[in-house]
Design a protein around this ligand. Structure first.
Ligand SMILES: C[S@@+](CC[C@H](N)C(=O)[O-])C[C@H]1O[C@@H](n2cnc3c(N)ncnc32)[C@H](O)[C@@H]1O
Length: 336
């Protein structure tokens, strides 16, 4: 049974790796970083050239952004015209250095070379391309997200990538978020993305259903490129003083519960537990991230947890709550 389950899980995971980003979503996010691409080498290392919105965006805007070079590699595929078939042991690399302004370059306008291997982003030859590039932009396979981010961090690369918000508390991801080495981008409307999904039938029946696409909630952009939104101060209107019952202390953490980001009190100095969606409003000049619940990783709460409770999820009056980040308000003195 265990094997059967893990097999199913793997199949589901792999299918989730085959969601393709729409050009409108790439444009909507990347316009906020336009001035940071000048003279840069961009690498899309989990891509499907020609059918990829990333390839389309960077080739069409190559001159406008002032790029130096665009490199894309295509996993287990040599086809230019199809989404990854993952049916080839070898893969190809495409390199574009401009020259077809405002249009998709023809195959003759780009350098297409076979790779020695299958184009796995972890392979030696792809790591060498990574080392020679400045900014990585892609939608990597969800199932390899931790490993993918760890590689970018180890190689000290700038990036703008798509992932699920649940990854915020992954072992290899959370320390980067906590230490302001990675943060959320502007994001998708209502934190929800529609991906082109050739192998998956969307059963969503609401107004957001679109044929040939899958709607996925909780999808975010992760980046370490600075942007305007992360320096916007969140306007706080609630007070803790006189309203203490709305902010109960956890039974097993030395912090108060703030169940909605918009309810963060402007006058509380100590640790506050907030939902992970807080990060969409996070401004590092206003707040400090001090940890997360131990249910996400041992030691993640940096001393806020009361281990004698034996329960790693946050508990309020005996009731467990969903995972929390712990934050502190930097500007409390001026707020009082
Ligand atoms: C979520 S899809 C996104 C594709 C494309 N970046 C886009 O957004 O349209 C993830 C892509 O990663 C590729 N992929 C899966 N495992 C990979 C690996 N180990 N190395 C590189 N690419 C991989 C898949 O073939 C797929 O094309």
């Amino acid at each position: 049974m265990a094997n059967e389950n893990s097999g199913l899980h793997k199949a589901k995971r792999n299918k989730n790796d085959e969601f393709y980003t729409q050009i409108v979503d790439v444009e909507r996010e990347l316009r906020h970083y336009r001035d940071q691409f000048k003279g840069k080498v961009v690498y899309c290392n989990c891509d499907d050239p020609y059918v990829s919105a990333f390839f389309e965006y960077f080739t069409k805007n190559f001159e406008f952004l002032g790029l130096k070079r665009l490199v894309t590699t295509c996993y287990k595929s040599q086809r230019l015209d199809l989404f990854s078939q993952n049916d080839s042991k070898e893969a190809i690399k495409l390199e574009y250095t401009g020259g077809a302004p405002n249009s998709m370059p023809k195959p003759n306008d780009i350098g297409i070379t076979p790779l020695n291997g299958d184009g796995d982003f972890r392979s030696q030859e792809c790591v060498e391309i990574l080392n020679g590039s400045d900014i990585v932009v892609t939608n990597p396979p969800f199932s390899l997200f931790s490993e993918y981010v760890a590689q970018l961090a180890n190689h000290n690369k700038k990036f703008i990538i798509i992932g699920h918000q649940n990854a915020i508390t992954y072992k290899d991801v959370f320390p980067l978020i906590k230490n302001n080495k990675m943060w959320l981008g502007y994001g998708f409307k209502r934190n929800m993305a529609h991906f082109v999904a050739p192998h998956y039938k969307d059963t969503a029946s609401d107004a957001d259903h679109r044929d040939g696409m899958i709607r996925v909630s909780g999808v975010v952009w992760y980046t370490n490129l600075d942007h305007h939104k992360r320096h916007e101060e969140m306007i706080l209107v609630k007070r803790y003083d006189g309203n203490e019952s709305a902010y109960p202390l956890y039974d097993n953490y030395d912090a108060i519960e703030v169940s909605k980001t918009q309810d963060i009190p402007l006058d509380y100095e100590g640790a506050m537990g907030v939902p992970i969606t807080f990060l969409t409003k996070y401004n590092p000049e206003q707040f400090k991230i001090i940890g997360a619940t131990e249910s996400e990783g041992s030691g993640f709460s940096f001393g806020l947890w009361k281990p004698e409770s034996g329960i790693s999820q946050a508990v309020i009056k005996g009731k467990r709550v969903y995972k929390r980040l712990f934050i502190r308000n930097h500007n409390i003195a001026s707020e009082k």
